[in-house]
Design a binder for this molecule. Structure first.
Ligand SMILES: Cc1ncc(C[n+]2csc(CCOP(=O)(O)OP(=O)(O)O)c2C)c(N)n1
Ligand SMILES: [Mg+2]
Length: 334
């Protein structure tokens, strides 16, 4: 790890101290929650797949902070970070990972299908790119109903060469829908490096052929992500149609818990880890005098308590009853 340069305190902080502390706390919560989830997976407490977001925390935290509570979010299967950044209940998220009835999807969705309508968090989707037409549909619904509500749609670099990516962008542009398409480019789709499957380097320019403006940003810096998303959200909310952001980031772990990561160089991993979004932001806050040692320890203690409580809650919760198998197959009349 490279030595970090001390940060000068700017004359005015870029955001109020409470908001900076919230960014830090949320990023740390995601990191610690997922480190615990990895342990629980290794102990056989979590079944199915488990895809960790570790390394990408600044993207979810910075972007979701730029939304209003009524705005919709749809995302992919690497979504624990988005759910926690949206302040979904960590107990219910962990319970979902454990397959328990108290989980966000009644224990029937698992890690890839977190959902919370009360937070306008409409999923977690396991199908690569599958959330993109859904986002366009949500945008159409809001626009048709005249609601002040945008949709933020996350997807990975693995989604951009599929047909539905292009169909979703094209229709959103034609109908001038309030959708912010957000590419989390972490350099790999499973074991495949992005430049082996993408004919262009600047992936965000795909949006431009549909007349959608785009911007590429540093996804390792939470403040950059926040500012860029805020601008994009304002534009989309003002009725100017869809916008496309591409954040450059890196997953520090394998694609899923089963991946030994044999397809990339350790030197490349070290370069990205030296830019760890949480370490970098902490160094900044300490240098600015926003985060004292005492406050740092207090935040760490709080976060660890939340994570421990989530595991306790998940452990103590019941599994879904057999009859749950036949529930939620069809929409029911209220
Ligand atoms: C339509 C479809 N094809 C293939 C898969 C198998 N699959 C699961 S994840 C993945 C890679 C996706 O990579 P990316 O979109 O870059 O997201 P990341 O895992 O990097 O966050 C693939 C091919 C799938 N889930 N859905
Ligand atoms: Mg990827």
């Amino acid at each position: 790890m490279q030595a970090r340069q001390p940060q000068q305190r700017p004359e005015t902080l870029p955001l109020p101290k409470e908001q900076l502390m919230e960014f830090y706390t949320h990023m740390l919560l995601i990191r610690r929650f997922e480190e615990m989830a990895a342990q629980m997976y290794a102990r056989g407490r979590i079944g199915g797949f488990l895809h960790l977001y570790i390394g990408e925390e600044a993207v979810a935290v910075g972007s979701i902070a730029a939304l209003e509570t009524q705005d919709y979010i749809v995302t992919h299967y690497r979504e624990h970070g988005h759910a926690l950044a949206r302040s979904m209940d960590p107990n219910r998220i962990m319970a979902e990972l454990f397959g328990k009835a108290t989980g966000t999807s009644g224990g029937k969705g698992g890690s890839m299908h977190l959902f919370d309508a009360s937070r306008s968090f409409l999923g977690g989707y396991a199908i690569v790119g599958g959330m993109m037409p859904i986002a366009t549909g949500l945008g159409l619904a809001s626009s048709y109903l005249g609601e002040d509500r945008i949709t933020l749609c996350y997807f990975g670099d693995g989604a951009v060469n599929q047909g539905e990516f292009h169909e979703a962008l094209n229709l959103a542009a034609i109908w001038n829908l309030p959708v912010l398409f957000f590419l989390e480019n972490n350099g790999y789709g499973m074991g495949t490096r992005v430049d082996r499957v993408c004919a262009v380097d600047e992936i965000h320019t795909h949006a431009n052929i549909y007349g959608i403006p785009s911007r590429k940003i540093d996804g390792m810096d939470v403040l950059t992500v926040y500012e860029a998303t805020k601008e994009a959200v304002e534009q989309v909310r003002s009725g100017k149609g869809p916008f496309f952001l591409e954040a450059l980031t890196y997953r520090f772990r394998g694609h899923s818990m089963a991946d030994p990561v044999e397809y990339r160089q350790r030197a490349e991993e070290e370069q990205w880890k030296a830019r760890d979004p949480i370490d970098a932001f902490r160094t900044k806050l300490e240098g600015w005098g926003v985060l004292t040692e005492q406050e740092r320890e207090a935040v760490e203690g709080r976060v660890d308590d939340i994570v421990d409580e989530a595991v306790r809650f998940a452990e103590d919760s019941p599994t879904p009853p057999p009859e749950a198998l036949a529930q939620h197959l069809y929409a029911e009349k209220e």
